[in-house]
Write a protein that binds this ligand. Structure first.
Ligand SMILES: [Cu+2]
Length: 144
């Protein structure tokens, strides 16, 4: 019995160590999600990019194998009406800062979905940064 407890403790210990390692190498992208939409339709995707680096990071491109194209948009309220405009400037994220894509603000417009995406599905997004890094991640689909 004592031996079993020791083995269990070893396993728990090993689990803790690997958790720490995963966290240290974790993707800078957090909480990615997209709205459910029909095939050929356009949806919006949101995420937070946390710059844990010591230098400024610029996001230089965005795309999706699940859609015809992806644009970075900014929502702006003019005369009480919300408008979306493509953002031309590349997002620059200072060390320790985050880029937050959220409803009513900046978001990715995922245009021309190649398939219907329902709640529980995932939309794959790919972003490239000025550090030469390409990040591929899934945005969890939520009901619109
Ligand atoms: Cu938009």
């Amino acid at each position: 019995m004592k031996k079993l407890l020791v083995i269990a403790a070893l396993f728990i210990g090993a689990g803790t160590v690997s958790c720490v390692r995963v966290d240290r190498e974790a993707s800078p992208v957090r909480g990615a999600w997209a709205r459910a939409a029909d095939s050929a339709a356009t949806t919006a995707a949101y995420f937070t990019y946390v710059n844990r680096d010591t230098i400024t990071v610029e996001i230089t491109s965005w795309s999706s194998p699940d859609a015809a194209s992806v644009e970075l948009h900014q929502t702006m309220v003019m005369d009480g009406m919300a408008h979306m405009l493509p953002t031309t400037a590349l997002p620059v994220i200072e060390p320790g800062d985050s880029l937050v894509l959220t409803p009513g603000a900046q978001h990715l417009m995922v245009i021309g979905l190649k398939r219907r995406v329902a709640a529980g599905d995932s939309v794959t997004l790919v972003i490239a940064t000025s550090r030469g890094r390409s990040l591929r991640f899934g945005a969890q689909v939520r009901a619109p």
